[in-house]
Design a protein around this ligand. Structure first.
Ligand code: OVM
Length: 394
C-alpha cells in the first residue's frame, strides 16, 4: 500500500502558526503519509512516532534530522556529534556528555537555580502585568544556563539568535530560514569562538568536555563541537518550554489553582506542558532499509518527518489530549524524543521548568492572559515572541 499523500506544507507559515490545527488530518490520513510539499514521508501517530524513535537502526540520524539529506546535500553546519550521529560514534559522545550532565551536577545546581527563579518571579509578581516571554521565559534560562557551561560573558545575547537559525535550518530553505540567516554571521562567529577551550571558564560543563578530551575520550575538535551542542540545544528549547508552561497555566486557571494548592506538582506541571505543547515539534530520520509500517512501504534512503507534537496529542494514545491536566500520567511522551537520542539536557530543562512552576505557585495568586500570544515562526520550534499576562502577588 502506498503512503497516503497529504497536501499540506508542514513548514508553511499557516502550519507553523498553528500546527495543532493540522495534526488531526495528518494522524487520520494513515500511519505513514506522503508529504508532496517537501518530498518526504511523515508519521504523526504516537504509536509509530515512538516506535520509529526507538528503532534507530532503521531510522537513522547521521543523514541529518532536518530535511537536508547529508548523503546528497551539504549540511548547514558541521554535523552535531550527538544529534546527527549514529552508533558507534553517537554512543561514545553521548556517554562522555552523560557523565557531565549528571544527576549529581544537577543536584548541586538546584539551590542556586531555585533562588534565582524565586527572585525573578517575585519581582515580576509585584507588577500588575508582565511579558511571560521577554521578561521570564527568555530571562530565566539566560540567568542559569550560560554560567553552568562557563561561557564567556561578552555576547551571550547571540545564543538565542544562533539557536533560532539552527532550528530553522532543519526545515527547507524557506522565507523563515532566509529571514533568520540574514545578518547572522556575527552570531555564528560568536558561537564558534565561545566553544573554544581558551574562551571557556574553569569549572563549567564546557571545560569539562575539554577535560574529557585530555583523557583521550574525544579529540579537541570533537570537544568544540560537543560544547556547540550545549549552546545550540540548551537555550531556545527551555525558553519556549517555559513560555508554553506559563501559557498553559494562565489559560487554565483551574490547573494553576491545583498547582497553587500543591506546589509539589510543579514537576508534573512542566512535564504535562511539554506534552501539551512540545517545543521541538518535529525531527526527521532517514530509513536505512526498505521498511513496512502498518502495511505501508517506505523505501530505503527516505526522509521521514516525525511529528513529535502530534504524537503527544494523539487521541489514540491519550485521554482528552487537548486538555492540559497537570495530574495526568505523561510517561512515554515524546517531547524529549525517545530511545538513544532522547534529550541529553532533559534534566536541565526539567529543573528549570519545575523551579519556574514552583516559584509561580508560591509567589503568584493569579496569572491571566492579556490577549493572545504573539508567535515567532520557526521551522522546528513552537516559539513565542511575546505573551502578556496580568498577575496578582500571593
Ligand atoms: C546539537 C543539537 C542541536 C539542536 C538540537 C539538538 C534537540 C541538538 O547540536 O547537538 O537537540
Amino acid at each position: 500500500m502506498p503512503a497516503v499523500p497529504v497536501d499540506v506544507d508542514p513548514f508553511g507559515d499557516e502550519f507553523l502558526r498553528d500546527p495543532y490545527a493540522f495534526h488531526g488530518a495528518l494522524r487520520d490520513a494513515g500511519a505513514v503519509i506522503w508529504l508532496p510539499a517537501i518530498n518526504a514521508f511523515g508519521m504523526a501517530r504516537f504509536e509509530h512516532v515512538s516506535a520509529a524513535l526507538k528503532d534507530h537502526e532503521t531510522f537513522c540520524s547521521s543523514r541529518g534530522v532536518g530535511l537536508a539529506d547529508f548523503a546528497k546535500e551539504e549540511p548547514f553546519r558541521a554535523p552535531s556529534l550527538l544529534l546527527e550521529a549514529d552508533p558507534p560514534l553517537h554512543d561514545r559522545t553521548r556517554q562522555l556528555m552523560n557523565r557531565i550532565v549528571s544527576p549529581k551536577a544537577l543536584k548541586d545546581l538546584r539551590p542556586q537555580w531555585q533562588e534565582k527563579a524565586d527572585r525573578l518571579v517575585r519581582t515580576l509578581a509585584t507588577g500588575i502585568e508582565f511579558d511571560a516571554v521577554t521578561e521570564l521565559a527568555e530571562v530565566y534560562p539566560m540567568m542559569v544556563f550560560p554560567d553552568t557551561i562557563g561561557l564567556m560573558d561578552e555576547g551571550r545575547e547571540n545564543l538565542l539568535d544562533y539557536a533560532a537559525i539552527v532550528f530553522n535550518a532543519f526545515g527547507p530553505r524557506n522565507q523563515i530560514f532566509e529571514d533568520g540567516i540574514r545578518g547572522s554571521e556575527a552570531a555564528i562567529a560568536w558561537v564558534d569562538a565561545a566553544c573554544k577551550r581558551e574562551n571557556l571558564k574553569p569549572g563549567g560543563w564546557g571545560m569539562a568536555v575539554f577535560e574529557a578530551a585530555d583523557r583521550a575520550e574525544c579529540s579537541n575538535e570533537e570537544a568544540e563541537r560537543l560544547v556547540r551542542s550545549f549552546l545550540t540545544a540548551g537555550v531556545d528549547t527551555t525558553v519556549n518550554g517555559i513560555g508554553h508552561l506559563v501559557l498553559a497555566l494562565s489559560q487554565n486557571p483551574d490547573q494553576f489553582a491545583r498547582l497553587r494548592a500543591d506546589p509539589a506538582l510543579a514537576k508534573k506541571a512542566f512535564e504535562e506542558s511539554l506534552r501539551w505543547d512540545s517545543t521541538v515539534q518535529t525531527f526527521f530520520r532517514v530509513t536505512t532499509r526498505d521498511v513496512e509500517i502498518d502495511g505501508t512501504a517506505i523505501p530505503q534512503g527516505a526522509k521521514v518527518l516525525l511529528f513529535l507534537a502530534a504524537a503527544n496529542r494523539d487521541p489514540g494514545h491519550w485521554i482528552e489530549p487537548e486538555r492540559f491536566d497537570i495530574e495526568r500520567n505523561v510517561s512515554g511522551h515524546v517531547g524529549f524524543g525517545f530511545g538513544i537520542h532522547q534529550c541529553l539536557g532533559q534534566m536541565v530543562a526539567r529543573l528549570e521548568g519545575e523551579l519556574v512552576a514552583k516559584a509561580l505557585a508560591q509567589n503568584v495568586a493569579s496569572i491571566r492572559p492579556l490577549g493572545e500570544p504573539v508567535r515567532r515562526l520557526n521551522n522546528t520550534l513552537h516559539a513565542l515572541a511575546s505573551y502578556r499576562v496580568a498577575v496578582q502577588p500571593a
